[in-house]
Design a protein around this ligand. Sequence first.
Ligand SMILES: C[S@@+](CC[C@H](N)C(=O)[O-])C[C@H]1O[C@@H](n2cnc3c(N)ncnc32)[C@H](O)[C@@H]1O
Length: 471
Amino acid sequence: MNRTLFSKQINKEMIDGLKNDTQAFLAFLQNQNDGTIVYVLEKLGHLENDYSREPLLNLLNNRNKNIRALSLKNLAKMVDISLLSVFIKYAGNDESAEVRREAVSAIGRLRNEKAIPALINFLIDSDPKVVMQAIRGLLVFASRLDIKQKLKKLLNHPNELIKEVINKEVNGFSYKSNSAQRHDEFPYFLKNTVVQGDVQEALKYVPDESVHLTFTSPPYYNARDYSIYQSYDEYLNFLEKVFKEVHRVTKEGRFFILNTSPIIIPRISRAHASKRYPIPYDIHPFLVKMGWEFIDDIVWVKPEACVKNRNAGFLQHRKPLGYKPNAVTEMLMVYRKKTDKLLDWNMHQYNWDKVKRSKVLGKYETMNVWRIDPAFDKVHSAVFPIEICNRVIRFYSFVGDLIFDPFAGSGTLGRAAANLDRYFFLTEKEQKYINRIQESLCKDNNLFNSKNNQSIFLDIKKFTSLSKEKI
Ligand SMILES: C[S@@+](CC[C@H](N)C(=O)[O-])C[C@H]1O[C@@H](n2cnc3c(N)ncnc32)[C@H](O)[C@@H]1O
């Protein structure tokens, strides 16, 4: 039976009736299948301390682990210290990891000093989720020196999440800010600035924690006519250096969204194979290592008619191993600058008016698959569709933020930022693309060149001196 049918047959009134009549509940449980029992246990809701324990205690012997886990969860609601030994038994002995975790959670929810020795025992459990539940229970008593000492011992635990929680509890926030500026502000000289030159050079003059959001599509190794690298390693090393700097100039807890995809370098003759480079997968490990926290992967899907057809051979011969799917996707990898503060902290750095103006109202894409047609430009061969920039900016920044694209190309991100009441900072190596940015910004004249929003075009030398004057 699916959940809609359950909810029709077993409504709230019926569940309340069962809750108030132990005998009726016991009789009901005898005739039901596992699915119905699970449904009822999920819907039991609040249970008073005087509620009969018998039906739930009986269910702890059920062979279905979901039923045992849910029974423990419901028993825990009664906050009854006399159930401690029952919880300890299931926490220590049940064959299901899920049931053991629920039992340790139940011990913690007692919030009673008598439960402390049991919780301390579970700190050395081999299941990190059990340890985590024990930590949760003990944190209620974290002001006690002896408990603090016990928790401190987990600072070198092999599990990364446990280490992180304990570190935050024992040592407090570890993020050290290097900026005297408010979170919702940025250095004035970066406002609507476009720098022509190597991004590595330009970033040397950008202060720590200046940027609210970076969205970029870096060169595709040697797949296009620009940016020729000697080797794939050289290419990855270059990106690693740039993204380390992007990390430095990004504000605490803010986002970096990287658009890449695997590429193919065609074969040189029929006697050789083409080579595929998994760019997103090779970049990911060093991003995490330098302090970017992986948040999400969004897949950009293009219509098949827009991509190169790789099927001609297979379509004819149909032999296994020769299958080559058409590559209609690119990745948008979403990272956050690692901090121990929650996203709420970032949101609270803005006044209510800004938050209100930044809200993403109306219909929006709820899935991590974004179907967007590619865009074409008369000068640049690989531009962002403006729709993709609009979505990224609206989902990951506030009005008045500084949005950065280190590989700006034709400057699509800058245009989108200005349209959405944000500011942009762009760097681009090639003069011909800078000219293109200038041209397209002039087209949107009203947006870009209003009195306070003039865009500024600089070479590295002028940018350097401006950075020294105007911080
Ligand atoms: C994929 S394109 C970006 C296109 C852009 N998203 C748009 O909408 O037009 C990458 C750009 O990075 C630029 N680039 C490559 N190496 C660079 C470097 N070291 N510094 C600055 N820009 C660079 C290239 O000239 C190219 O325009």
